[in-house]
Design a protein around this ligand. Structure first.
Ligand code: ZN
Length: 268
């Protein structure tokens, strides 16, 4: 059962025909594509927040080649380890174009899976994967989900708001937090920058009880030029390439890359 909440008054939303309504009669239509726009205008930082369309298209093409499936499988195995029943409620926060969300639903078929992103373009793309996922355009600082209704929140490479996570998760709910370690995609940084500033290993600890934490490192061979270019375009590094380094892109063939991430499971 869906646990959506009104982003204005935070009361539960109920579906009437093709419109979601709260008890205060705030109404939200389901788009033609099947997503729900629960992003309030004052929340928007710009007219089109989130990643650019080009970056999203590149991301979709790259992820669909399976190069990052090892990351998805790590997240799935963490949920398998910590779940205590089968009909879970799972939110993929900052889901982007929805590749990981789709993977979660494929694995946890009897669960309610939500994908939320601030980008309408991203969510519009995500709806093409599956219709049995609740796709939401919304703000991670004002998550339109009812209090204490979720078993798991997955946050992959995305900014999180601690108070909101605590509010939407059930007692003994879990956060699967995936963050990049300093050597993640080091080969791409070497390609683009003259000097690599390896940041210290500090990363945002969420302050909840840590149930499990591990580093996951894997080399992945990207065999096609097109896939390597897509990977570049889905990272912020691509937009920092200096003119004199642009030539690198013309001769780029395949690439061996390093996935180096930290997976932290928090119990709330
Ligand atoms: Zn309302």
């Amino acid at each position: 059962m869906q646990k959506l909440a009104c982003p204005k008054c935070h009361l539960p939303l109920h579906l009437e025909n093709k419109t979601y309504k709260c008890p205060n009669n705030h109404c939200y239509d389901i788009s033609k594509r099947g997503y729900i726009n629960l992003l309030l205008n004052p929340d928007k930082a710009t007219n089109n927040p989130g990643d650019s369309k080009d970056s999203l298209v590149a991301r979709k093409a790259y992820l669909n080649q399976g190069y990052y499936d090892a990351i998805l499988n790590q997240v799935i195995s963490m949920i398998e380890t910590y779940k205590d029943h089968d009909d879970l409620s799972i939110l993929d926060l900052g889901c982007g174009e929805g590749y990981y969300t789709k993977g979660l639903k494929e694995h946890f078929l009897s669960s309610d899976v939500y994908g939320l992103d601030i980008s309408k373009v991203a969510i519009d793309m995500a709806t093409r994967y599956r219709k049995d996922i609740t796709w939401i355009v919304g703000n991670s600082k004002n998550i339109p989900i009812q209090d204490h209704s979720l078993d798991f929140v997955c946050a992959l490479f995305t900014v999180v708001n601690k108070d909101e996570l605590k509010r939407i998760l059930k007692e003994h709910g879990y956060i699967i937090h995936v963050t990049a370690n300093p050597h993640h995609l080091i080969e791409i940084k070497e390609l683009i920058y003259d000097e690599i500033k390896v940041k210290s290993d500090q990363y945002l600890r969420l302050g909840f009880q840590i149930a499990h934490s591990e580093n996951f490192v894997k080399k992945v061979n990207i065999s096609h030029r097109e896939d390597a270019l897509n990977l570049l375009k889905m990272t912020p590094h691509y937009y920092h390439i200096k003119k004199e380094k642009r030539g690198v892109l013309d001769t780029l063939q395949g690439l061996e890359i390093t996935i180096d991430i930290k997976i932290t499971v928090y119990e709330v």
